[in-house]
Design a protein around this ligand. Sequence first.
Ligand SMILES: [Zn+2]
Length: 385
Amino acid sequence: MRCRPRGAHHHSLYHGGPPAACAVCRITERKRCAVETVELLQTLCDAFGPSGFEEEVAETLQRLIAPYVDEMRVDALGNLIAIRRGTGDTTLMLDAHTDEIGFIISYIEENGFLRFTQTSGWDARIVPSHALTIRSDHGTFVKGYIGTPPPHILRPEDRDKPYKLEDLFVDIGVDSAEAVAALGVRVGSPAVIAYPFEQLNEQVVMARAIDDRAGCAVIVKTLEALAGQELEATVVACFSVQEEVGLRGATTAAYQIEPDIALVLETTVAADYPGIEPQRRPTRFGHGPAVVVMDNSMITRGATVRAITELADEHLVPWQYRIPYGGGTNAGAIHRSRGGVQTGVVSIPVRYFHSPYALMRLDDFENTVRLVTEFTRHCPGLARR
Ligand SMILES: [Zn+2]
């Protein structure tokens, strides 16, 4: 996992400015870094974790961040809270959510077909005709397919009608309710879309759970980048459960952590594709981390927005505003915790958000890591603004 060799010969990827070491070394380091970043994203994006069932993601993260933190705990709801002690008395909470949009089995038909509903976040029109992975009570994964009738047998009047979630079913290839039970699948079994992480080219990756495993990966890379450095702020990395169903994990986590300042790492809608006018594109691909000014959950204070954007400019990190356009993040819960918390949101632009696959650019991801690393390093100063 380690991306930054500790040897004196190497310089950091994360400090803007001209490289200090030889060009050859830099190229090698960058290449290796890119491979490790992709591996990290793949590991996190392929972990199973619909809302309420995030254990596998938390266990994976525990393993990844263990070398960089002083203590860790998993709370009653399943939030993973990791502390890296600083020299001063400012507490910075870095938050990313571990859950992904998913499904839950709601009814077992006598003939072995499964009915299901969504935990949250889905546009029902795009759910049919996708493969599904269901986690069984045996801890195994059962594959299935959300089948739909072919045009041959569709009634003409049904051809233009979108499917409703309640009319859909999963076919797991068995023919009785008993066979379903034998597999450990029951009412309440969680499920996600089945597709694995893919890399489209050097710059673009595609995965099911980029929202918000990319945010989790930003925290992992930030902790890694700051390893061994003395920091004034105590950094509390919070990997929150159940964001997609209403910021539930972040609500109880922020109460426990009592941060002075919080930064939420998210993914957000990039819509720079055909059919969407510029003013309806919250963010654009390849334009760097997006600074959220307002969504349905929070209006970011002007001083917080400026602190983030000025820091980005100082460190030559490209960034963009996220055009206010609906949505919400864990910041909605965190900034209203206790007596109130100065909270900012930095989001990675992602295309095809909340669908079976989302696309992300690696430069947008790396630039987000650079910005969050600098934010963490400068945090006590920011908290006093
Ligand atoms: Zn999210």
